[in-house]
Design a protein around this ligand. Sequence first.
Ligand code: PRX
Length: 641
Amino acid sequence: MSYPFQIKSFDEYKSAYKKSVDDREGFWGEVGLSFSWRNKWDKVLDWNFTEPNIQWFINGKLNITENCIDRHLKDLGDKPAFIWEPNNPQDRVRIVTYNRLHKRACQFAQVLKNNGVKKGDRVCIYMGMVPELAYAILGCARIGAIHSVVFGGFSAQSIADRLEDAKAEYIVTCDGAYRGEKIIPLKDVIDDALVGNKTVKRVIVYTRTRMPVSMIKGRDVWWEDEMEHAETQVEKNNVVSFPAEEMDAEDPLFILYTSGSTGKPKGVVHTCAGYMVYTTYSFVNVFQYKPGQVHFCTADIGWITGHSYIVYGPLAAGATSLMFEGIPTWPDAGRFWDIVDKHKVDILYTAPTAIRSLMGFGLKPFEGKDLSSLKVLGTVGEPINEEAWHWYDEHVGKKKCPIVDTWWQTETGSILISNLAGITPAKPTFATLPLPGVQPVLVDENGVEVTGSPAGGNLCIKAPWPSIIRTTYGDHERCRQNYFSAYKNLYQTGDGALRDEEGNYRITGRVDDVLNVSGHRIGTAEVENAINMHSDVVESAVVGFPHEIKGQGIYAYVICQHMHGDDDSMRKNITQTVARIIGAIAKPDKIQFVKGLPKTRSGKIMRRILRKIAEGETDNLGDTTTLLDPAIVEEIKNGKV
Ligand code: PRX
């Protein structure tokens, strides 16, 4: 596999960038030629940000699985597409070659067909990190069904909301999932999510943990039985085949739900061709992937990082992608280093929160581990602090590996701002320069572009790149309002950023009511809604505060009507309520019971004040004279937890 679009020097980067801005269509048209199409496109791009209406590779026909699998079979059939490292290091590693992946994805496509799934149907996938999760995703893509993967940490209620929003009729799940010492009962959660649901027709259950599950007649079927049956259907004369559905470039590929500043998660929609082209382009360039290397992205496939840099990007590039079922700290904090050593990992891509948590274990976990195979390190999900950056550089990369700080979002589909490993300069805590095709701008609160450098402002992007969000599922107006309405002709990221004299960007964090807890995006309104579900709660306000490991922690101010029990048991009940409604990832770290909230005369909560108190800054709270009841601030300050 060769990558004609791989950038090999800083000068090449500069000229690629210039071309991408001067002749956007010519630039991406050329990159597009490296892929396999059933029919080439008529026009590279048509767009406006007012509706928005964004179309890439217009009238191009393709199937992403032919790009991720079939086209590699001749040269790479026996090479590993996935190396799967189980939760328990004593268990067997699984190597999934491209041939095997082809067979399994085809078989699962047949399973979906046998169960009535058609092109355009939505399939919800709620599984642990097992190779079957990738087969399920690729099986959907093969027949043109739209997958909606839900992270295994979300609650039954969250799944029910997502099923309803996507109008999904099919679910693929596991009996349970291993995570360190824990077993997560995935099928039980699905059963709870389906109480009262009338639209789901079929649940396909893969056996991972052999924990007891209830199988409902007529609705639930076993993965293994279905795959066995499909095997005889797709395998004829020793040739495995399930014809891939011909997809339009702009047919939806998947929906992935993410939090925004309103209470309800949004179903971000990505389409086939643009997502494929840009995800592969960014994978090959940012990590400087070389054929044969082992790429280890530690994210869960339930998040966009796993979609783009465990599954689609690496596979389209014919890479070897390492998939890890477990967690970094079990059986001990040397787990990542064992994996790097055992599989001779070349590229390690992880999150600042994981780095910070491993820093806490000191250097002992590195003893006896050979990390010399590492060539490139990456981070994603949140700003990386200087200390974590240097620790990563020194103890993991041994000062020999470039670190790429990759900034992007669920909505952007792939990396937009990052240095290219060893090619463009790194600068600790800076995501640095935009990738070709990406035109960042900073705007002030009035929407006026801030030119020159150094500068700071709200980070927006000027024109579309191929993997930009197309719509929010079932509600296009919501997409327009969220991302394209604040500033004319700009995509609004919701992040703040600084730009230095060299044009490097440093992301400073969200400027909206979205928290970033351990790299997970959580809307404050979502957490408030969940807290308010508790029968004793009258009102609540949620803000973030700096947290040593998680980056941000969740601080909740809660007004209760009655206190059933002491503060501590009330706290536990509220936390349990949030876990039930959203999932354990959204549990507040701190809950302070208050008598009132600082509100303006028009009834708006002054979050700025609450944020400052949560951050421990009680002296300089700014102007409080516009508050309805300024005395409440004193009370809240005194009761800080
Ligand atoms: O605030 C930014 C932060 O994560 C947000 C996107 O979250 P999500 O859609 O869940 O995707 C996470 C994985 C791409 C962004 O708005 N973020 C992501 N990467 C970085 C970052 N903040 C600073 N530096 C980064 N490298």
